[in-house]
Design a protein around this ligand. Structure first.
Ligand SMILES: [Zn+2]
Ligand SMILES: [Zn+2]
Length: 741
């Protein structure tokens, strides 16, 4: 029996602490348990990471309390946390915070309890007769209770019978009914009904993919991760579903990661319906759950009642045991990367967890990331391909519209080119639907002065403010700063302000003006603020009540609308000109994904890509649906420039409200790193970030590159630990960054 435990407290002290275990808790406090421990003059929450026979520490204090009976973290998840801390150059305490949802960590929310009614002693004919005369309402309720087949929530029974609580209490007093308190799950999908559906029949390619997965399930210890590269509409989800069924059949559990934005009601429904014959089989974890719902869904998994979890990024830490399969859908999605500490990438963590759990990892996508495809090429992953759309649907025809020519024709560039306008009119006539995509919110993207040339900038960030017509204000998309529209230019006092650039709001207005009879709807972060707005809009679009849907990436992913035959990409150049080595990759992915929304039904799809750079490789390869060609040329570029997947990149951001302190600290840090790092690591000179000012902070970047990433992380951590930064300077280390601005 262990008399001591080592814990990680819920606060970054970068040290693990030992405590003794009081007699009454011996055997109950185990690895993964949550406990309260005395720390300085406080009592803090902590997680047990090891049990010890003895401890070298002095002045050991006892554990104050044990929370819950079953440990909340498995030994594997604790091991995963340590790996993440080392890899992502981040305190293990910070990682632990991500592993457990706050509602579980704090352990303040419990189950929701409700009163349930069930019949008790049955009444004699005489008693019923008496009751009818003296208390007819009680008699009526008694009759309803007698017909029950199982316990029912008291509130539901009273609602159904329109009787009151007093009547029920009287029956309980007479001994005809029983009331019992019972925990009820706050199920985020509790009000929906899921009808069990059967497996769909699969084509040859899908069957081959499933066979490969089944083979991996039989040899999980040795099988490398599988990269399922399937074109849009090739039926990847069906492969996932049948792979999960095969996993369950082996008595194992499954984790499915989906980008938050694709975790639509439609997606959840597909998984829930497939496994509807076993209630509670599928749990859902995403950021829109209430605290109570998250508590209940998490515990369903923890208790082993739910054996499948579908969720966003953090579901990679789902408390499932005996994991057989981890699916990462849309593995290329950048939203798998967490942009605050711990800055982990859920796909990469999934691969590592898979290795630790000895389970199968399945990465699916229509546009593999360079990293994953490169891994498949050199045999670290096994590649499985779906080249055909299901039901013989054709890949959409992609047409490029050269905006330079359009501009010459019409002088002022229109938002919709003539070709796109004609195509929309044609779809309206045929009662088919159109999606218009623009990756930029708002009405006008800047307010310029035509006299002095200055744009209205955010006072906290180095970006122009966006004009939103619905509230007639200027707002910053980075920090949320909002300002009134000035009458004159505040710089030169001239009455010469003009609106320039456009976002989704203006596209919507423009389309509505050109096609006054069409029903146009906009879907972006501004128009979808209500909880149900997204669901409603999708439903309206699916049922044909909307002709033209205008939106941001919110509509780019995974949606399946058979009646959409036209997709217009308003400006394909937006991502291309960002100072980011992944700009080309993102553009290719976005074009392919958005184009993939067209022609998912019987009618073929057509896509118009409006661009000022029609010959850029990302656009040309996307046009020809040529992933392999695109991959080869992009890979050559990455190799030439020493970028991933050939080198790991680490981005260090030093920021402060005082520009000189930020730059001075960055210089000092770079100097120390230069001294500490062996030559195999490349270190760039510190430079102002492309986004120099953000939320009132001046930012400087240091970019490092190298192959042995864990070693590099350790050296950075050691260097940072030795440097005393002033309090008003913050340093963030991002390993494998996706945000380079
Ligand atoms: Zn001016
Ligand atoms: Zn701002």
């Amino acid at each position: 029996m262990s008399a001591f435990v080592r814990v990680i407290i819920d606060r970054s002290i970068r040290r693990e602490l030992d405590y003794s275990v009081p007699e009454a808790m011996i055997g109950k406090v185990v690895v993964g348990s949550r406990v309260r421990v005395p720390f300085r003059d406080k009592t803090l929450l902590a997680t047990v990471v090891a049990t010890l026979e003895e401890s070298p520490a002095e002045g050991i204090k006892p554990v104050a309390a044990l929370l819950g009976e079953k440990p909340v973290l498995s030994a594997t998840l604790i091991e995963l946390a340590r790996w993440m801390a080392n890899y992502y150059c981040c305190p293990v305490e910070t990682v632990m915070r991500s592993l457990l949802p706050q509602v579980i960590r704090k352990a303040e929310v419990g189950w929701k309890k409700q009163l349930f009614v069930s019949p008790a002693r049955s009444a004699t004919a005489d008693e019923i007769e008496k009751l009818r005369k003296r208390a007819p309402r009680q008699a009526e309720l008694l009759q309803a209770i007698a017909q029950l087949t199982g316990p029912i929530a008291a509130a539901d029974l009273l609602r159904q019978t329109s009787l009151d609580n007093g009547t029920l209490r009287a029956l309980v007093k007479r001994g005809f009914a029983e009331l019992r308190e019972q925990a009820v799950a706050r199920d985020p999908h509790g009000t929906e009904e899921f009808i069990a559906d059967a497996d769909l029949s699969m084509n040859e390619e899908q069957t081959a993919a499933l066979k490969l997965i089944e083979h991996a399930l039989a040899n999980p210890e040795t099988h490398p991760p599988i990269l399922l590269h399937g074109v849009t509409g090739s039926g990847k989800t069906e492969v996932y579903l049948q792979a999960i069924r095969a996993t369950l059949a082996r008595g194992k559990t499954a984790i499915v990661l989906v980008p938050e934005i694709s975790l639509t009601p439609q997606t959840v429904e597909r998984f829930k319906s497939r496994f509807a014959s076993q209630p509670d089989m599928v749990a859902v974890l995403h950021s829109h759950l209430s605290e109570g719902e998250r508590h209940d869904e998490w515990h369903k998994l923890h208790a082993g009642r739910a054996r499948i979890v579908i969720g966003a990024r953090s579901a990679v830490f789902a408390p499932l045991e005996n994991v057989g399969l981890i699916v990462v859908d849309e593995e290329h999605e950048t939203s798998y990367k967490q942009e605050e500490a711990p800055r982990y990438h859920a796909r990469d963590v999934a691969v590592v967890r898979g290795k630790m759990e000895k389970c199968v990892v399945l990465l699916g996508t229509a546009t593999p990331s360079l990293e994953s495809y490169h891994n498949a090429e050199r045999g670290k992953y096994v590649l499985s391909q779906l080249t055909q759309r299901v039901d013989q649907c054709q890949m959409p025809l992609i047409r490029i519209v050269d905006l330079r020519m359009e501009r010459r024709k019409e002088k002022a560039a229109a938002i919709l080119s003539e070709k796109l306008r004609t195509a929309i009119a044609d779809r309206l006539e045929k009662k088919e639907q159109t999606i218009l995509f623009l990756n930029r919110r708002g009405f006008s993207t800047s307010l310029l002065c035509s006299s002095c040339g200055k744009a209205r900038e955010c006072p906290n960030c180095s970006v122009a403010l966006t004009f939103h017509r619905h509230d007639a204000r200027l707002s910053c998309h980075l920090c949320g700063h909002s300002a009134a529209v000035p009458k004159r230019c505040p710089e030169c006092r001239e009455d010469a302000l003009i609106y320039a650039g456009f976002g989704t709001e203006k596209v919507e207005a423009n389309v509505a003006a050109i096609f006054p009879k069409a029903v146009v709807r906009r879907m972006d972060a501004d128009s979808m603020t209500r909880k149900d707005a997204y669901r409603e809009a999708l439903h309206a679009f699916r049922s044909g009540k909307i002709d033209i849907l205008v939106g941001t990436q919110m509509i780019a992913k995974g949606l399946h609308f058979p009646n959409v035959t036209l997709v217009g990409i308003i400006n394909a150049d937006l991502a291309l000109h960002l100072p980011d080595f992944r700009a080309g990759e993102r553009t290719f992915q976005l074009l392919t994904q958005v184009a993939g929304r067209a022609g998912r039904g019987e009618a073929p799809g057509e896509v118009f890509v409006q661009t000022y750079t029609p010959f850029s490789p990302s656009i040309q390869f996307a046009r020809h649906h040529d992933f392999a060609g695109y991959f080869q040329q992009e890979l050559e570029f990455r190799e030439r420039c020493d970028f991933p997947p050939f080198r790991h990149v680490v981005l260090i951001t030093v920021r402060s409200e005082h520009e000189t302190r930020a730059s001075f600290s960055a210089e000092t840090l770079a100097r120390r790193l230069r001294e500490a790092l062996p030559e195999e690591f490349q270190l760039g000179a510190p430079a102002p970030a492309p986004l120099e000012k953000l939320q009132g902070h001046y930012r400087f970047h240091i970019l490092l590159r190298g192959e042995a990433i864990v070693r590099l992380s350790r050296l950075i951590r050691e260097t940072l630990d030795k440097l005393p930064f002033p309090d008003d300077v913050a340093v963030a280390v991002d390993v494998d960054p996706y945000q380079l601005l």
